[in-house]
Design a protein around this ligand. Sequence first.
Ligand code: SF4
Length: 201
Amino acid sequence: MALDETVDQTRVSQRPLAKAGLQSERLLWPAKKGVFEEEVESMEDALGLTTLEKAVAWAQTRSMWPATFGLACCAIEMMSIVSSRYDIARFGMERFSSSPRQADLMIVSGRVAHKMAAPLRQVYDQMLEPKWVIAMGACASSGGMFNNYTILQGVDKIVPVDIHVPGCPPRPEALMEGIVRLHEKVLAGVPPAYQIRGVAS
Ligand code: SF4
């Protein structure tokens, strides 16, 4: 039996789905939202539906406590993000934790002397998983101007770094930009750097 005898042609759209914004490849590569995904997201907002992974990621980004750990001049800029001017409590980061066991974010702010490498790694090891690392400033990221035998040429040699914040020193706004970018990564489901690099955490 011919198709046009069984199907009411007036009810079948002749428009390709791609023209309606349907992009199935978006499911594999989160670069651009399709119309279908936007509709699903707005439905989630309206109905309060979500997945457990999304809820956990949301909770992690709204309660990410940094470890109290400053090394050099960059640390002065880092300290100011808890002030009323910058107020990182807005992101649920109420305080810097004095115990690594209550911290899940290490902000390496300043140059890392070889002498400090072992204590830094020990603090990182004592933090519970999942945990993240921000290398703040040129010195933490690459040794900066201190290209000599005393300074570690990049903290990513001893801990897996999730975000690098450029500058010497980076302004507090730049550090907050790095924190917001880290939150975006967590919300997008990107695993912590130690899982990506496959190093012992
Ligand atoms: S990047 Fe600049 S401000 Fe930061 S620790 Fe190095 S020299 Fe100091």
